[in-house]
Design a protein around this ligand. Structure first.
Ligand code: BTN
Length: 141
């Protein structure tokens, strides 16, 4: 009887560790957000650093939108917080994103992020109106 109980305990430990393992949220891959923007994050290194590309679906400018580079960091956790910066190729602005990667109740990874978009100004008097703020939700493509 004791042996059976020990076996059951061992099996449940194994099942729990597998469940925790499968709940790990991974930033690597292709994502689409609620605005229709596409983002690709390449491999995250051992320091939590990553790079990628961002193709925004919208812009403050009238310029032709092109794919732009991003660089960021994530914490090494199962539901990691992260931050990254996009240096727009077609605009003089910069966007910083900060958020967290979650596994939803349906088992889908989801990125919840807020952003600050800083536009450039020629005049310091316009500094006060050069920053927009918002949030985006990213889902795997
Ligand atoms: C610009 O218009 O100067 C650059 C493009 C900004 C796109 C913003 S960044 C925050 C928001 N989320 C997106 O996916 N696109 C917009």
């Amino acid at each position: 009887m004791e042996q059976i109980l020990a076996l059951v305990g061992l099996l449940s430990c194994l099942m729990m560790s597998t469940a925790v393992e499968s709940a790990k949220c991974n930033l690597e891959g292709q994502w689409k957000n609620d605005l229709g923007s596409n983002m690709t994050i390449s491999s995250v290194d051992s320091n939590g650093q990553f790079a990628g590309t961002y193709l925004t679906a919208v812009s403050v400018t009238n310029k032709t939108i092109v794919k732009s580079p991003l660089i960021g960091f994530q914490q090494e956790k199962d539901s990691p917080t992260f931050g990254f910066t996009v240096k727009w190729k077609f605009s003089d602005s910069i966007t910083v994103f900060a958020g967290q990667c979650f596994i939803s109740e349906t088992g889908q990874p989801i990125l919840q992020a807020i952003w600050l978009l800083r536009s450039e100004s020629d005049d310091i008097k316009d500094n006060w109106k050069q920053t927009r703020v918002g949030n985006n939700i990213f889902q795997p493509m």
